[in-house]
Design a protein around this ligand. Structure first.
Ligand code: AR6
Length: 175
């Protein structure tokens, strides 16, 4: 599914984000930038050791923010490591932190002069965020950002399952 908003294409696809050729792909990282499972593990194993070398130098990233490294041997030029919150009960500032992780990633991309970026569904795997709530936050944060900031031409969400893709499609229709 694809829509154009404020001149920016928002695209939702099912797939493996490590194969994306956008200027940047976003990693669902942890605040130590220590690597792990899920999309983080997939990006480091496909992108090679240069990405982790840079992560070590950066020495961490607070929850709700993001940092940028090389794309290593991936097709993308940069990996933006965004740290989403662990979901507890939705009353511990999770929504604001999740929105912050998306906003910080978009900010980094624009500051680097990049025009295309691909996101996974941050926090909805190991970090336990309910997917429909996370999808609404992800898409409304992107919509708000592209309404206010010029520079991007493509924002893609790469969802790992058909059911996640359907949830994002429903959320995009609502916002
Ligand atoms: N491409 C796209 N999406 C993927 C891929 C892939 N190759 N692999 C998994 N997903 P998760 P989190 C989906 O757990 O919840 C790590 O250990 C997955 O199905 O990767 O933010 C980190 O080091 C899910 O929908 O990230 C952190 O410690 C989504 O990506 C912690 O997990 C996010 O799931 C972060 O947890």
């Amino acid at each position: 599914m694809e829509v154009v908003r404020d001149g920016v294409t928002i695209s939702l696809v099912r797939g493996d984000i490590t194969l994306e050729k956008t200027d940047a792909i976003v990693n669902a990282a942890n605040s130590r930038l220590a690597g792990g499972g899920g999309v983080d593990g997939a990006i480091h194993s496909a992108g090679g050791p240069m990405i982790m070398e840079e992560c070590r130098k950066i020495k961490g990233c607070p929850t709700g923010s993001a940092v940028i490294t090389t794309g290593g041997s991936l097709a993308t030029r940069y990996v933006i490591h965004a740290v989403g919150p662990v979901y507890r009960d939705g009353r511990h500032g999770e929504d604001g932190l999740l929105a912050g992780a998306y906003r910080a990633s978009l900010d980094l991309a624009v500051k680097k002069g990049l025009t295309s970026i691909a996101f996974p569904s941050i926090s909805t795997g190991a970090y336990g965020y309910p997917i429909d709530r996370a999808a609404t936050i992800a898409l409304s944060t992107v919509a708000e950002f592209i309404g206010a900031t010029r520079g991007l031409s493509l924002v893609r969400f790469v969802l790992f399952s058909d059911s996640d893709l359907r949830v994002y499609e429903q959320a995009l229709k609502r916002i």
